[in-house]
Design a protein around this ligand. Sequence first.
Ligand code: AHM
Ligand code: MG
Length: 339
Amino acid sequence: MNNHITLGEYIIENQKDFQYSSGELSSLISSIKLASKVVNHEVNKAGLVDILGDAGNENIQGENQQKLDVYANDVFMQTLVNRQMVCGIASEEEDDFVIIGGKNQTHDNKYVVLMDPLDGSSNIDVNVSVGTIFSIYRRISPLGTPVTKEDFLQPGNLQVAAGYVVYGTSTMLVYTTGHGVHGFTLNPAIGTFYLSHPNMTFPEDGNIYSINEGYYIHFPQGVKDYLKYCQEEEEDRPYKARYIGSLVSDFHRNMIKGGIYIYPTSSKAPQGKLRLLYECNPMAFLAEQAGGWASDGYKRILEIKPTELHQRVPIFVGSKNMVAKAEDFMAKYPESEEY
Ligand code: AHM
Ligand code: MG
């Protein structure tokens, strides 16, 4: 057990692994760690809203309560802004990217952060796990100039770090800087993350498929065929169906046990639902670093050149052989022109 190594110690010890190690990326991950503890505290008292006050209302102490996803967005934004380490932030909760210091502010800060501050937030009211997803790039615009949209529209294979926090039965922070995937579990009694899952890897094969099968009728034929394959009676099949409806939790379980998560295109959502920049790219980077794979059904997620901040893409992510099998089924049909 490595439970004596804290996340703080781990970040410092591994700073040399960062390609351009000047300490900034380490500090950036430290501030994500700090914000995640604050959000964790709030998520864990979500069940007390009737007592403490609902979103938009005053609680019994007369404090204004915010919706948790808005709250999480504010906490991550504020923590990153206060520490003056990034030049810009793009969030699933914001219409446009945010330039630290305001419009036309020039910066010597090297990094931009993209995040989904509270993913799966429809699960909050029912006490089911939610997560935070983050993705970090080096800016491509020159230092000393204002950050630009192009700094955010980089393909996922240029990420320098990515990770998620799962607020589950225990709270974990899992991240990669391109040197494997490492998981840290929060000891809530003392507010410290400890290295609990070093070098996490997807089993190459798995027996879990995670998809919202309620939309089956709207799925492309390749997805329908793959789902029938998952359900066939064979030596290692049918697979188990597990779908939490929280990407982070479904991904986390599948990484530990072996499985595939799919959010495909559908006749109702021709681009899929999940966002390339805030959800798919960070999960794809983590998946590849953990020996898994992430595809849009036809090609590697990390090579898609983004065109819009809130762009959606279909995703097939998880155990390598399972994603490859799903791609085989997809390849029998041409890629939809709508996507
Ligand atoms: P959100 O960003 O609005 O929370 O949506 C993302 C979530 C994922 O966590 C989850 O896997 C998916 O949406 C569930 O969608 P659906 O209810 O359509 O199955
Ligand atoms: Mg989301």
